[in-house]
Design a protein around this ligand. Structure first.
Ligand SMILES: *Cc1c(COP(=O)(O)O)cnc(C)c1O
Length: 364
């Protein structure tokens, strides 16, 4: 096939359910005229996700960023320091800043790019109130060590689990840890509801508080506390209900492509180490090059062939220009300069994956 006729390949392509399924939910909305505010489709989606993943105190909200901010608010984390990782998407850090807290960066593990628990303790001060680690790419943080530190210093733990829908650790959903875990259902994520997110809360009373603040902090005419609008619409819930039954097959197809990449590339490129007991969801396919120069040459070659991987996650966020100070994180800065996520989505054809591998090898 001529290169010109080939479709552009991006790092991801949103999964679209058969339109018939989506339409039938939309017709339901037209019939009962309940568009938002904890409607029947939202309730159904929450219940289905909870039973599928073994979750409780699950709040489906407008997006994964509001989920993080609601989590900080529900746990009363404000005017303090929050320990986090610089190797993540900007929403992790911006939500901390938005809530007027200071992100204190701890460098990452060189083998799976999650927060390095051995470096957390020395960053704890009298102002520290919470740890916000990220299960980056869906790889699990060292949950037990983080919880031990949190217990020792009475800190809250909020996991940004935006990449973890469908990932299990020792048979338990990775959304089940910390005081609160948050998830994102944005169109680019493995399971999506166009826009959307969730908070999964350990403690029932915190869960009740989050339920209140996500809808303006009032019950009818009784105004109880400061709140915000984190409610999700029935149209988004409809997309979620349409996509959810395909979760297993989506993960299976992504595994197939990942295995194909592995077979061809593992000899040449470093891949994050999977934690023991992790049942992975294949949310991303990150590969680490030897140098930024090598990565840029590969990207250039792929772009010339109409293939657009993404530099997830770049830059290392301790280098954000609007932070009040620069906190050194040499490992994260190094990794983020030479890592890229290859195209991975359920509709990606074997032929295209093979072609991508061939193009990468041409540069190496
Ligand atoms: C996508 C993402 C978010 C934000 O989710 P939205 O639904 O886009 O607001 C937060 N954290 C991480 C790590 C993400 O990848």
């Amino acid at each position: 096939m001529s290169e010109l006729l080939r479709e552009k390949i991006n790092v991801t392509k949103p999964f679209m359910p058969p339109i018939k399924i989506y339409k039938s939910y939309i017709e339901e909305i037209y019939n009962n005229l309940w568009l938002t505010n904890q409607g029947p489709l939202l309730k159904e989606l929450e219940a289905n996700i909870c039973s599928m993943l073994g979750l409780q105190n699950f709040h489906y909200v407008t997006n994964g960023t509001i989920a993080l901010q609601l989590a900080l608010r529900a746990l009363d984390i404000s005017d303090c320091e929050v320990i986090t990782t610089p190797f993540t998407y900007v929403a992790t850090i911006s939500s901390i800043l938005w809530e007027k807290c200071k992100p204190v960066f701890v460098d990452i593990e060189p083998d799976n790019f999650t927060i390095d628990v051995n470096k957390i303790e020395r960053k704890i001060t009298t102002k520290t109130r919470a740890i916000m680690p990220v299960h980056i790419y869906g790889y699990a943080c060292d949950i037990n060590s983080i919880q031990k530190l949190a217990d020792k210093y009475s800190l809250k733990v909020i996991y940004d689990a935006a990449h973890c829908f469908g990932t299990f650790l020792d048979g338990k959903s990775l959304l089940n840890y910390g005081d609160i875990s948050t998830c994102s259902f944005h169109a680019t994520k493995l399971f999506h509801t166009i826009e959307g997110g969730a908070c999964i809360v350990k403690d029932k009373s915190i869960s009740d508080k989050l339920e209140l603040i996500k809808r303006f902090g009032h019950n009818g005419d009784n105004h109880i506390c400061l709140g915000i609008n984190g409610k999700q619409s029935e149209f988004n819930a409809a997309m979620g209900l349409s996509n959810l039954p395909f979760l297993e097959s989506i993960i299976k197809k992504r595994k197939h492509i990942s295995d194909l990449y592995d077979e061809a590339l593992l000899k040449y490129l470093y891949r994050p180490r999977k934690q023991k007991g992790l049942d992975y969801n294949y949310a991303y396919y990150p590969v680490l090059f030897k140098s930024e120069n090598e990565l840029l040459r590969v990207l250039d070659h792929l772009n010339n062939n109409n293939i657009y991987p993404r530099r997830y996650f770049y830059p290392s966020l301790n280098k954000l220009s609007y932070l009040e100070d620069y906190q050194e994180c040499p490992i994260s800065e190094d990794i983020s300069s030479r890592i890229v996520c290859l195209p991975l989505y359920s509709e990606l054809k074997d032929d295209d994956a093979t072609r991508i591998v061939k193009l990468i090898k041409e540069v190496l």
